[in-house]
Design a protein around this ligand. Sequence first.
Ligand code: AMP
Length: 513
Amino acid sequence: MTNRANENLFCRIAAGITNPQSPLVHRSDNSTISYLNMLRRSAQYANVLVELGMKPGDRLAVQVEKSIDALFLYLGCIRAGGVYLPLNTGYLDREVDYFVADAKPVIFVCTGERRSSLEEIAGNNGVAHLENLDDDTGSLAKKADEADTSFEDIYRSGDDLAAILYTSGTTGRSKGAMLTHNNLYSNAFTLVDHWQFSTNDVLLHALPIYHTHGLFVACNITLLSGASMIFQNQFRVKDILSALPNATVMMGVPTFYTRLLSAPAFNRDLVGQMRLFISGSAPLSPQTHKDFAKLTGHTILERYGMTETNMNTSNPYDGERRAGTVGFPLPGVEIRISDQVTGDPVENGDVGMIEIRGPNVFKGYWQMPEKTAKEFRDDGFFISGDLGQIDKDGYIAIVGRDKDLIISGGFNVYPAEVENAIDALEGIDDVAVIGVPHADFGEGVTAIIVAAGDNVPGVEDIKDQLSRELARFKMPKEIFFVDALPRNKMGKVQKNQLRDKYRNTYFASSRTS
Ligand code: AMP
């Protein structure tokens, strides 16, 4: 036992609950789940986890569909001093096998449907208990129903692990980012203030909860500010449209906004009482920013974060929210831009690697000390892998992932710039710009476009318009039209898939069409 204050994230949340009867969740049938319900149900899950043998620092792997009980299981795990490890429900057995072998959870909670197929994986990897949870039913929920509704939160220091989130691993193996109680608390605390959350807020929550955005940004902020949320299990335009008049804030990925904009029933009247729309996890095109403001009168606030660091920057709440930028470093977070090759600071305005230091930055990659060491500078800055630049007013713009940078004819081409130029043209619904091998240029700039409606612009027409916006070396050499871009649930275009598909574009014998 220790006399130091318990720095367990949950204790800090619980300490701020002034009215336990107030609503935490609004259900679609108009019933509510109160903070008191949350305290009780999360205690039940904490008790069950401890009874199953979970000790502080043990991992709990969870691959279930989004539900209120899944949220309470996360809180129960934190309360019990466990390390929460959420897994995307889309992961197949082979992928789950890797995570389980790597993280060695003591308990694995899956859906009833997957249970039999995951038994072998759990058994082979020494998982002591395989349980299932489907909304508020399943073996784990049943145990929770019978458990005590009070629980004494396990002592954790701020530096102890609260969660491991695996990065999406589009190149190489997925890495487990270790996040501490302090990482999560400090970031949520900062954002509550920065985005002016209060008990009056109702957050429209339609993001998945296996990812930083939906779990930590959305839920931790709501809990810490005493706000409430409309919890939708997935993003469906119809459900969003009916929930919007009852909400005050929405957090979304850019595709939420483009999908709303293309819904004929979406209009200004639905968002009259909204105070804030936030976007992140993928680039929001300036065109969408503009279209949204024109239609609704609301200027979307774009912010920038990542699994390893929580949130790093945000456009201002009061003040200009500048399209195509992610705003300024959050209070307490330091950002610098360094030369990709030498690591030296770049001149103001130049593009370089974004480096981040602050209480939000993770503790390292699980079981990968060498990889961790390689991604941190000696003075503690994390090398993010994102390329960015800072304009004269201090606004930061992301120009793309380091690995998505295109080098064509020796020149650097930043995909975001070309994508934004194409997106601003008439008749374009979606676009991704990639570099693929080219015998003369090293890489050829290649645009993959989704046209809006039937009014498909011609390739020559697009090139002609772009030639007035972009230097020659940035111009797409080839343009392809597709029905949809491969995007993951967080709205990120899977550029590795596109690069693979179009890799032979500039080799005549196997031209892609
Ligand atoms: P994840 O770890 O899945 O949250 O992905 C983090 C990555 O998403 C970052 O490293 C960026 O490449 C990208 N990202 C997040 N927010 C933004 C944003 N507002 N604009 C552009 N890219 C973003």
